[in-house]
Design a protein around this ligand. Structure first.
Ligand SMILES: [Zn+2]
Ligand SMILES: [Zn+2]
Length: 213
């Protein structure tokens, strides 16, 4: 399993990066990306500090760990600059907290993330077919979410991605140890979203290639 979407206590998760990494290692994961919530207030603190843990641990362990970030409730007008800022600070994977149906994320966030060339637009809710098509053209992946609430729209996201030919990836969006999902559980959620076996395998292949595994 490679998990592209996880949180630590650097945002609203409950584990230190070292413990999250160890928990994933103990579950036999091949890799993970730590993608704490960032906005204007904490981006400069979170990314470099999580990067320290990733660097130190990667040097002595088999599991591949990467620092990323999830731009969260950043105003659509600012998303492009903030994606760049996250990359400049060392994030190797920039996620944007999309228009989930469970929070009042500002309309226009999905579009701004796609136009900014974020790596993954996570839990994009009732994304339009037009935006899914634009995501495909801009090389932005859409997420099938393992998180309760965000996952309500997985079926719609899968349908739009299929229509538009957009690449999908899976993210557990883990905040606690119990949220971590192994591959078989993730595949089960993807099937529940209506994906076919071929699509599911492609989704995990995409995750692996994103982190060079
Ligand atoms: Zn999110
Ligand atoms: Zn998240």
């Amino acid at each position: 399993m490679i998990d592209l979407h996880t949180h630590t206590l650097f945002s609203d998760g409950v584990l230190l990066p070292a413990e999250l990494i160890r928990r994933c290692e103990a579950k036999g994961f091949r890799g993970l990306v730590i993608t704490d919530h960032v906005d204007y207030s904490n981006i400069d603190m979170v990314i470099p500090n999580v990067a320290k843990a990733c660097r130190e641990i990667a040097a002595v362990s088999k599991i591949k760990v990467f620092v990323g970030a999830e731009l969260t409730h950043v105003r659509p007008e600012h998303i492009k600059n903030m994606v760049k800022r996250a990359r400049d600070l060392g994030a190797c994977m920039v996620l944007v907290h999309g228009e989930t149906i469970t929070e009042p994320v500002l309309p226009g966030t999905n579009r701004a993330a796609i136009e900014a060339g974020a790596d993954i637009l996570v839990h994009p809710g009732l994304i339009t077919e037009e935006d899914a098509r634009l995501a495909k053209n801009n090389g932005v992946r859409l997420e099938i979410s393992g998180r309760k609430g965000h996952a309500y729209a997985n079926g719609h996201v899968a349908k739009m991605a299929k229509k538009a030919g957009t690449k999908l990836v899976f993210g557990s969006d883990s905040h606690t140890p119990d949220d971590l999902l192994d591959r078989s559980r993730a595949e089960c959620i993807a099937r529940g979203a209506g994906l076919e076996e071929k699509d599911i395998q492609e989704m995990f292949y995409e995750a692996a290639s994103l982190v060079g595994l």
